[in-house]
Design a protein around this ligand. Sequence first.
Ligand code: ZN
Ligand code: ZN
Length: 244
Amino acid sequence: MTADDPARTLTRHLRELAVRRARLRRHRAEVTGNPAQLRYLDAVISRLGDEIDHRRDHLAIVASTGSYQPWSHCHFRVGDFARIGGAWYPVLHAGWRALTVPPLDLLGERRHHPNPEHGVDTGSVAYVRVYGRRRAGRVLHTPPPPEGATCTCRVTIPTFNAEFVPERDAGLCTEPAVARLTIRHDGTTCGCHGICLLTDTDAADAASRAPWVEVVLLCDAHTYEHTAGNGATETAAITFEDLT
Ligand SMILES: [Zn+2]
Ligand SMILES: [Zn+2]
């Protein structure tokens, strides 16, 4: 574990965001009789909520695949769309530090360049503010796994005496990943019927764990298995992303 361990950085960042949101919520409860200010606070709180969800997804990626690369210039090119503040913007330029997009429409207010002499009407957005990429109709909410990432499923082999042990574990699949599943486990909408929220301890008074996010990388065969088993690839709790 080093100082720039991504999981640790993300956890710290998440905690800061949660503290900021709690402070704003307290502040909101005290504001009375100013609808414009309330609307503004609600918008900021909801954006913080989006950011918290997004960082949680990143943390789940670190936990499941062992690595995580934030969005950067190598993930974007002209013609892509980037998700910023809840809307999609065409990418005009992918710089080292930021994306150039048309003027942002944040909180219902168009942000023009402060200097009217400035000819080009564009906005510059740091990569940490980018929450997705759309390229040729394919949406990625978080950056793709690094080159050469493999399937994170386990291979199971049917046994001959299915009566006793229907299948045996043959270890991790080593096929290249072609899709990614993000599952938001809340016990109900994820389809686990509460099993995913059980703690490991068998104690009767064991509290169930908090909702969590699981990220799974799928190879061709495991994508087929998922699609065949579920009918629909996506549900309210499951995001399916094509990585090809
Ligand atoms: Zn679940
Ligand atoms: Zn596989």
